[in-house]
Design a protein around this ligand. Sequence first.
Ligand code: CP
Ligand code: NVA
Length: 315
Amino acid sequence: MTRHFLRDDDITPAEQAAILDLAVELKADRWRDRPLEGPQTVAVIFDKSSTRTRVSFAVGIADLGGSPLIISTASSQLGGKETPSDTARVLERMVSAIVWRTYGQAGLEEMAAGTRVPVVNALSDDFHPCQLLADLLTIREHKGSLDGLTVTFLGDGASNMAQSYVLACVMAGMHVRVASPVEFSPEASVVADADAIAADTGGSVTLFTDPAEATAGADVVVTDTWVSMGKEEEKAHRVATFGAYRVDAELMALAAPDAVFLHCLPADRGYEVTADVIDGPQSIIWDEAENRLHAQKALLVWLLAQNARVDGEAA
Ligand code: CP
Ligand code: NVA
């Protein structure tokens, strides 16, 4: 079976740790691994806008000896005349992996079911698992380890970032707190999946409505835009609803004294976070952005190796 990375828990906790270890090695020795030498091509498809994901995949694929093919969905047949499954069956004849930023998770699942090359979720409405590999790498760099840390996500708990935080951090043995209005809680099924993982890793997930209670003593404080891509029409309601969850200096003061602040970017200063916090001494957002490159390279190296093994067994 081809391994894909459509959501954070498509890998095991041990595999997550191995990918993070590999990312550390590749960050120290950037051109060490060249599994895409040839060059082999990786298709990177965007239904939504992107700066970090586009650049980090393009540069990372080139670092690995490969050739990135960046495709804007609007200028392709995907999403209009052609299904994800048919697109996948064509691409697998020519490329070594498919990376896709899209809306619904179901499209990614259809794409993955239709192909024998690995499919990577570069952000969907439900999850942003590549971002979480980068975030965990960044937290590990600044805190030394992940196991047992408390991380608080504030704002849109039903967003791709919040749901990936819930899964990926519990996998790493962390205690995840999500502070959001009840209306914007993570999906119950995602929390149930995280609870099942937590039973093995010693992590935990707890939902809060009170931002102060959720932030008290936290080692890591995280937020994200209140208006994710595709939700623009809900902006007025969201801005009116999320105000109490803004990360400002007063809220940060409730976290541990050495707490760090993360934001996947792009940020709306003055909305989900004040400028003094995101641009202040506790913010590690630029390391976080850079780590997209190293984490995704490690993911690709690992996925390609897994699938080479599968192909070898099939031969
Ligand atoms: N964090 C992130 O995914 O950024 P982009 O939307 O710029 O890719
Ligand atoms: N939650 C945000 C993340 C952007 C990288 C969005 O989906 O727009």
